[in-house]
Design a protein around this ligand. Structure first.
Ligand code: HEM
Length: 88
């Protein structure tokens, strides 16, 4: 419940989150995965002088998504709110 409240508040306040309203299917999924990558990068940065196990874990998560992401850009999946260019 706390998470839901936080999500609602974040969605209300954040222009970025607002831009993603209506994203669904593969577009939503890859946006969520990229956001997880962003959080993983932050966790790594925050542990550079801290817990190496966290860095290893988060690096593995980024690697896993890197290996999967090519399957998340089927042709034509760049309609709004996606910001993916047709070239991708
Ligand atoms: C560690 C590496 C990466 C990180 C941390 C990262 C992070 C992100 C984030 C935070 C977004 C915004 C997601 C959103 O709209 O909420 C994004 C979008 C995107 N990224 Fe990445 N990314 C990474 C690697 C890549 C790579 C290697 C590619 C292409 C080969 C790529 C292509 C894209 C594209 C095309 C979008 C737009 C998706 C859409 O709007 O439909 N990213 N990424």
């Amino acid at each position: 419940m706390k998470y839901v409240m936080t999500a609602i508040i974040t969605a209300t306040l954040s222009a970025n989150a607002f831009a993603h309203e209506g994203a669904e299917g593969v577009i939503k999924e890859r946006m969520d995965r990229f956001k997880e990558n962003k959080e993983a990068m932050k966790a790594i940065k925050g542990n550079l002088t801290g817990d190496a196990a966290v860095i290893a874990q988060k690096a593995s998560e980024i690697e896993a998504w890197a290996n999967e992401m090519v399957n998340f850009f089927p042709e034509g999946s760049n309609q709004s709110p996606s910001e993916a260019l047709p070239a991708i």
